[in-house]
Design a binder for this molecule. Sequence first.
Ligand code: GRF
Length: 212
Amino acid sequence: MKTLVILISGRGSNMRALLEAELPVDRIIVISSNPNAEGLKTAADKGVQTVCINRQTFSDRLAFDTALSDEIDRYRPDLITLAGFMRILTDDFVFRYHRRLMNIHPSLLPSFTGLHTHRRALHDGVKIHGCTVHFVTPELDHGPIVIQAAVPVFSNDTEKSLAERVLVQEHRIYPQAVRWFLQGRIKLSANTVTITDTCVHNSVIYSPELQK
Ligand code: GRF
């Protein structure tokens, strides 16, 4: 029996992509740090079990992370995915789920760790931008990279148009990475991930036909 936990804080479009991907799992639980997260309703509408651990009701990060991990451990998940989970986790939390905690980040890591990635990409004039699925390690946005997708940056792009182009790719690569994990095809050695039994490379290049 395979179990997936998805952690969200807001809109939940990546969560939706995971829920709609028909992943090889028996059980999915969505946990939100925010009682008003739009994603909670999306998940409930799809009949998925939801839980809220409200960050605002905890005095500090440690107390919140402890409550969160107590809840997660009830389900004994194979994998925990951060999908727009806007909380920095304690090292203890990250170590507890070593090699089974994944995140999606809206940039081509290691460029643009942290927030406002699209604004910073435009500011720096990069010509290629994208998104990354990676394992989580204590250093923010630095863990082993599972898959990346690249998109072009156009001269007339705004933060919004660039974010939208990247988001389409996020919704493609996150389910792909999770599927590989659940199929047991991710080999992690040192900081490098390889995907076994495939001739497909774990990078995706933007292709306009896929936008239609
Ligand atoms: C996504 O861009 C994700 O990469 C980042 O936060 C955003 C969350 O969007 N970590 P959503 O909640 O999945 O719609």
